[in-house]
Design a protein around this ligand. Structure first.
Ligand SMILES: [Zn+2]
Length: 272
């Protein structure tokens, strides 16, 4: 499942490398996956997309929307671009073969959407529609006033993780990018929002803005792959790569725990 920095990077790489190419054929649901969501029958995807030309790709939260003439392809999972001589992955849920013999594949790991719609058609995608309306943390519209307003409506009872990374409150801010944001803000993932001091609230806001910007500018996180299969250049402090290693600030061991449907990583000493 994509998060904001990686979605922005994928959209940029598609625009730089794939826009303008024509789709020769499409295969959807090649390897059936219980948690792959399509619009309508995946068997119709080829009819809907063959002959269309790839246009502009845009990131919305953790989704990439790729225009293809009057159609739009929306994915929330990793995408890979393959050169003609490259072998395609054995399992994939979406394959676009392009007119220069390159190909684009999407492979679902946990779950993901692989929608194909006529532009403007809703398709009941409430989460995407909502993500499109909410300002991205990478923009100026996402300012301190907007951030503080998110805390209203009963969110003060939530933990820091639940506030930042659930219910798509901040589209594209998921359990992956969350870890370094809270580490930078020096706030424990289980800390209740109502107990944050004014300086801590400021730190949380600053960390959301600065960490997401840094992750995006560096081509995504070093735990995630880009369109070419390369890991991103942002070196994660808290991730599966660093569990058990020393916190770069205090030398304490980085810990991992299951919490709210996913693992949280933290430094006991730095994060209170
Ligand atoms: Zn520490």
């Amino acid at each position: 499942m994509l998060e904001l920095p990686e979605a922005v990077v994928l959209a940029r790489q598609i625009n730089e490398n794939i826009s303008g190419k024509r789709i020769i054929s499409t295969t959807a649901n090649h390897s059936p996956h219980k948690f792959a969501w399509y619009t309508g029958d995946p068997a119709d995807y080829n009819e809907r997309l063959a002959g269309k030309t790839i246009g502009t790709a845009v990131a919305y939260g953790g989704h990439v929307a790729i225009a293809a003439d009057e159609m739009i392809i929306i994915v929330s999972t990793g995408l890979r671009w393959h050169r003609p001589e490259e072998r395609l992955p054995q399992k994939h849920q979406l394959l676009l073969e392009l007119d220069d013999r390159t190909a684009l594949t999407a492979t679902i790991h946990m779950w993901g959407v692989l929608f194909c719609l006529r532009d403007g058609e809703d398709g009941g995608m409430f989460d995407i529609a909502a993500a499109m309306k909410k300002p991205s943390p990478l923009t100026m519209q996402f300012d301190r006033t907007y951030f503080d307003a998110l805390l209203q409506d009963g969110a003060t009872n939530l933990s820091a993780k639940a506030f930042l990374a659930t219910e798509q409150r901040i589209p594209g801010l998921g359990n992956g990018v969350l870890q370094d944001i809270l580490w930078k803000a020096r706030i424990h993932p289980k800390r209740q929002m109502s107990t944050l001091s004014a300086p801590e609230m400021r730190n949380m806001y600053d960390a959301v803005k600065s960490i997401l910007r840094e992750m995006t500018e560096l081509g995504g996180r070093d735990t995630e792959r880009d369109l070419f299969g390369n890991f991103g250049g942002y070196v994660t402090v808290l991730s599966k790569n660093t569990i058990g290693t020393a916190c770069p600030v205090c030398d304490n061991r980085i810990r991992k725990e299951a919490y709210l449907g996913g693992s949280v990583y933290f430094c006991d000493f730095c994060q209170a």
